[in-house]
Design a protein around this ligand. Sequence first.
Ligand code: ADP
Ligand code: MG
Length: 690
Amino acid sequence: MTALRRQTVFASLDPPPAWPATRGRPRPARLDTELDALPGVGATLKRKLAKLGLETLRDLLEHRPRRYESAVDEVAIAALGGSEEVAIAGEVLNVSSRRRGRLKIVTARISDGTASVAATWFNQPWLEEQLQPGVHVRLRGKPGRYGFDVKSYDVGDGEATADFAPVYPASEEIPPKRLRTLVGHALGHVADYFDPIPAELRERRAMPLKRDALFVIHRPESEDEAETGRRRLAFEELLVLQLGIARRAAERENTLAASLGEPGELIVRYREALPFSLTPYQEQAVREIDADLARTIPMQRLLQGDVGSGKTVVALYALLRAVEHRRQGALMAPTETLAEQHFLTIEGICAELGVTCALLTSASPKKVRTAALSADVVVGTHALIQEGVELRDLAVAVVDEQHRFGVEQRKALAQGRAPHVLHMTATPIPRTLALTVYGDLAVSEIAKPPASRRPIVTRWIPEERASEAYTRLARLLREGRQAYVVCPLVEASETTLARAAEEEAERLRRAELREFKVGCMHGRLKPDERRDVMARFKARELDVLVATTVIEVGVDVPNATVMIVQEADRFGLAQLHQLRGRVGRGAEQSYCLLVSRPKEELTEAAVRRLDALVETTDGFELAEVDLELRGEGQLLGTRQSGLSDLRFTKLRVDRPLLERARKAAQELVDVPGPLDDELAALFPEAGVAA
Ligand code: ADP
Ligand code: MG
């Protein structure tokens, strides 16, 4: 659809070289002003702000308060007493400061006509200058040892922050109060925001203007008002995202892919080669994939399912559908180590079927790489395969996203040739999140794992009782079971991790696991060596595998029924769930023992993570907890994916908003407008603008 442009000048007149500026018009460019333009921001503070990701006025204005301090009663100074937090207001009579040890104390006597009180501030010596006699102040705090201990305050024409103060995600270096003041200065610039939401839509939905929404999230009069503002901003965020997604989907309808027809002889042999028949859920997924592949529009499908639900079998099915047509399948993993694990998982069955399968690594010599590129099934990282446009004839790509949502990757894959793409996430993601970022994809869900497995019994054990964990382990080993010991996750290179794992294996061989055969598996082993370790573990030549997180995919030994995770508090929730999925694969009862420092030493989030794992083995439930703990921005892994943070959206409560944004996006698919600029920023170089 083409936009109609209203004629804005008389045809007979030449327009002036420049139109005079309208007074008070928004100047969005000013929002890019750096923060040292604000009063009181010098080089040091600027640097500290940058660490919080705050560099421009826009950043500051879009810094969402995490919560609001609730209002407290204002009382007359004469009525002060008790230990409740209250607000007082009055004039400064005099001010002084002193030191007590390392404490710097500023005291101001405040009077409101009913009485006076000594208000005290700790370690804020600069206040002395502001608290000149006669200045009006509004203070929030409570009666304390020195008179009135001030918690928050407004000096001069109070902005009533003491009533309903926003609390920002601040750092130790920048106290919330400081941020509040800075935001206050920046608020003068909200008028420089254009509202990118079409006016008609905004009116229909009775939405406030962007500038007003931004204003009220920082200076709300009530919790409700703040929430109205937040929702307006969240709606825009979701709308832009959904619009991009809708346009991408529309674009895809115009892209051609090879139809892969009906499944044929190779698929028959694949089914026969599997030691089991597919579950009804897998059959359903496979049917959906077949229907997609028969079309000449590229498949974009998300395969959802919990750890161990049997996604890999389905993914390989899709790859073989390409091979059947003498074309190529590619399996893409987020890291090279994971790619190697995937390769080891599928190479055996591929060989059995006479299908060539090759691993593409950055270390492979040129000749090997060239050969790999013409294999039937190529396994590598996203990056490698994208570079590898020289792939002979890619028809189906399986993308293991591992919590890194690949907007860019999806884009790159769709360029040039258009393969059919099946997306998998290593661990489940919350359904709202899936809809938000994968809204354009059809979804197949494997809702139940094969066979009825017993839920894994998970225990959280403090370090000082770790020996109990090993006693338990030894008992199960003697009964003929096998086990994993997962080494601590340290912020270090793969090499350091590998060395730590080797050392731990050595230590266990001499100590707790003296009587057993202990192997070691890490990312520094070559695929051959890893294959060998896995084979020996499978053949029960090894009782225990001491490992790094490499075992999170592709390690599949039903007789391994115990896992000990050392320093479990260091791992993310999704990763622990994924690791735990290595046990519980057989009929025997399995155990996962999470060892950590004592509870008291852990962060609140770590405690919640470990508690959640003990409580449930349901990956979707855990994904919700993860979302709650980490927020949407981090869960999206936005840095990698090119998605801007969802700053205002709270997916757990914004499902209705998301639905509305999806609907609105449908209406706007073909309509160019100011939202296109936001889109261009969100999906760089993607042709998703109308
Ligand atoms: P996911 O990739 O979803 O984590 P996997 O594909 O690794 O799960 O499958 C988990 C385990 O279940 C593997 O041991 C696999 O061989 C087995 N499996 C998969 N499908 C079936 C099935 N239909 N019947 C029995 N076992 C199956
Ligand atoms: Mg798998």
